[in-house]
Design a protein around this ligand. Structure first.
Ligand code: HEM
Length: 395
């Protein structure tokens, strides 16, 4: 009997076996406990992400909104349908183009080199906490327009928001407190910057300065919610993916040797990590009408979960999907979503991935992962390394 519950210990421990069964046996799976549906095949996730006519994001997209309903839904960019979404996204899209993002190459490289210098003498570091998180948080703050001195506090809030505890289904009370603290932080920031007048040319100030969303002046909590999305979206997933990259390359020494010999292979290798180890287990939609798929009719008004890591391992789309292969170069993956809500930070994530891999492989002639000291987050929302200690020759 096939049973899928995104909060069950079995799924949290290793979702891939059950994702395979879902794709084969029940590609539109009804989760009774939440009267919701899960889509596990690549094509269905892709098509649904592209379909803003029959699916809405206005009821929220994450598990705490769609399933456990412990978080409210504010109409931020990720929770708005066209045409209001289109208008708002257009206002900040130019900050995220490949050209705009390229300007961050040198600052990212220099800051990462400084971080590396600090750990090189130790002969050991935690890839997530010592290297990747400080870089992604700093890039997020500079690129989005959050104050740099607030970085340590913001990292702490983001990490608490995503953390889960064994025995607690979904978000912890501490995670909800962290969410509320983030909300207070962004509301204060909004108030203070509005009082001073919009200053800088960045996404945060642009969003704070928007005087009309959906035909009226947005209240303070909605302005703040746009900033929350930028903060959460830009900081959490990258460190897990970068840690996975070092882990997978270490597990595949032949492929590690190839990228060392030819760093031109690194962008493809990072893309493969994005496919193979997609951290976000799902985001979702709500049906606006009855939707029939593979013989199942999903009634209007039901949450539909898009199981991204399952789509990325679907053998209808990928040959040998469970093999890690840096030469794969697939034409599409679902890691960044698709359609009008496709991740705005794609180019940031890819640039950071390439630069950090180039720099670390150049700085370390060799490294080993201290497997016994690895820590992973196994949550219904985001999975991956929270601590990846590596050892290398000190210098
Ligand atoms: C490995 C890193 C990342 C992954 C896996 C990722 C994943 C995603 C996914 C799956 C979506 C689609 C949501 C949906 O369809 O409902 C999304 C949206 C979004 N992402 Fe990312 N993201 C990453 C990095 C970033 C970064 C670095 C930024 C900012 C610099 C960012 C900003 C956003 C924003 C603003 C949206 C909302 C877009 C919209 O709804 O129109 N993301 N991301």
């Amino acid at each position: 009997m096939l049973e899928y519950d995104p909060f069950s210990p079995e799924v949290l421990n290793d979702p891939y076996p059950i994702y395979r069964r879902l794709r084969e046996e029940a590609p539109v799976y009804h989760i009774e406990a939440y009267d919701s549906y899960a889509l596990s095949r690549f094509e269905d996730i892709w098509d649904t992400s592209n379909d803003s006519e029959r699916f809405t994001v206005e009821q929220g997209t994450s598990a705490p909104q769609l399933l456990s309903k412990v978080l409210p839904v504010f109409p931020n960019l990720n929770h708005m349908d066209p045409p209001h979404h289109t208008d708002l996204r257009k206002r900040i899209a130019h900050f995220f183009t490949p050209r705009a993002v390229e300007a961050f190459e040198q600052p990212i490289r220099s800051f990462f080199r400084e971080r590396l210098e600090e750990v090189l003498a130790e002969g050991r570091c935690d890839v997530v906490g010592d290297l990747a998180f400080p870089v992604s948080a700093r890039v997020a703050c500079i690129a989005m327009g959050f104050p740099l001195p607030d970085i340590p506090d913001l990292i702490d809030l983001v990490r608490r928001f995503f953390r889960r505890e064994p025995g607690v289904v979904g978000m912890t009370s501490d995670g909800i407190e962290a969410y509320e603290a983030m909300q207070t932080y962004v509301q204060d920031l909004t108030r203070e910057r509005r009082a001073r007048g919009v200053e800088a040319d960045n996404p945060v100030d642009t969003l704070i300065g928007v005087n009309e969303i959906a035909g009226s002046e947005p209240p303070e909590d909605i302005r703040a919610s746009h900033l929350m999305l930028l903060l959460l979206g830009s900081t959490e997933t990258f460190p897990k993916t970068f840690a996975s990259a070092l882990f997978r390359l270490w597990q595949h020494p032949d492929q590690l040797a190839e990228v060392r010999a030819d760093p031109g292979l690194l962008p493809g290798a990072f893309d493969e990590v994005l496919r193979y180890d997609m951290p976000t287990q799902f985001l979702g939609r709500t049906t606006l009408c009855d939707v029939s798929l593979h013989g199942v009719t999903i009634p209007a008004g039901r949450p539909v979960l898009l199981l991204y890591p399952s789509g990325n391992r679907d053998d209808r789309e990928f040959e040998r999907p469970d093999e890690f292969d840096i030469h794969r170069c697939p034409s599409r993956i679902v890691t960044f979503g698709q359609g009008v809500h496709r991740c705005m930070g794609v180019h940031f994530a890819k640039l950071e991935g390439r630069i950090l891999l180039e720099e670390i492989l150049q700085a370390l002639a060799d490294y080993t992962v201290d497997e016994g000291a690895i820590e992973r987050e196994r949550t219904e929302f985001v999975q991956g390394f929270t601590r990846l200690p590596i050892e290398f020759q000190a210098r």
